[in-house]
Design a binder for this molecule. Structure first.
Ligand code: ATP
Ligand code: MG
Length: 207
């Protein structure tokens, strides 16, 4: 029993939690935070907000990855990224998954050209070939702003919905995407800490 537990701990210590994402420029992160400050204040007790510097666009959550797989993931990312041309993304409105009525995740939508979908599809199928679990839900580009706490009541859900629907946000901001990154995520008491492990450039326009 004891041995089992300590062995498990050793295994989980050597694994790392990884995901693939597009970085959001600090200026846009700040704009998102500024434009949503009223919303965030009003819902502070009901939602766990993502720290401003952690706002990002996830393309693939890999979960636990062994250190020896990192090399393969880097190669995967390099190959998929070099097949796609640089593109521009734009911030869109606020929304909530799975629905406004049952808000679990509060997000900012992302408008992007077909290149983003192509990049995501390429990464998704290449990771499936490497044995990583596929996402069941269709891809929907977004920045997670916050996660609704587990124990909220129906009345509180209603309050969240009204806050999202009632707020006027002027989310201007577009970002040129010229690379995509493999991140390590460490769950620390103060929140998740992301570290870039590898960056892969996209194909330059007219190349
Ligand atoms: P925290 O878990 O502390 O709230 P976080 O969700 O940002 O922070 P991670 O859980 O490590 O940090 O997730 C990293 C990225 O992967 C985030 O974009 C997150 O939304 C996404 N992600 C995490 N778990 C899953 C999952 N099971 N399926 C799909 N995406 C996920
Ligand atoms: Mg998480």
């Amino acid at each position: 029993m004891h041995l089992e537990a300590s062995r498990d701990r050793t295994i989980s210590m050597s694994m790392l939690r990884a995901f693939i994402a597009v970085e959001i420029p600090a200026e846009i992160q700040q704009n998102v935070y500024k434009e949503t400050s009223h919303l965030r204040k009003g819902l502070d007790s009901l939602v766990r907000w993502v720290p401003v510097e952690n706002l990002h666009l996830t393309l693939k959550f890999l979960g636990d990855v062994s250190p020896s797989s990192v090399e393969f993931l880097m190669q995967l990312l390099r190959i998929e990224a070099e097949a796609i041309q640089c593109f521009t993304i734009h911030l869109a409105g606020l929304g909530s998954f799975p629905s406004l009525k049952r808000p679990r995740v509060i997000y900012i939508g992302i408008q992007a050209p077909a290149a983003l979908d192509a990049l995501q599809r390429g990464i998704e199928s290449a990771s499936r070939r490497l044995g990583y679990e596929s996402e069941e839900r269709p891809f929907s580009a977004h920045l997670t702003l916050g996660r609704v706490k587990q124990n909220v009541t129906a009345v509180e859900q209603q309050k969240i919905r009204q806050a999202i629907e009632g707020i006027q946000v002027d989310l201007h901001g577009s970002a040129r995407v010229d690379s995509v990154h493999l991140y390590k995520s460490e769950l620390k008491p103060g929140g998740s800490v992301y570290t870039r492990l590898y960056s892969a450039p996209l194909k330059k326009a007219n190349q």
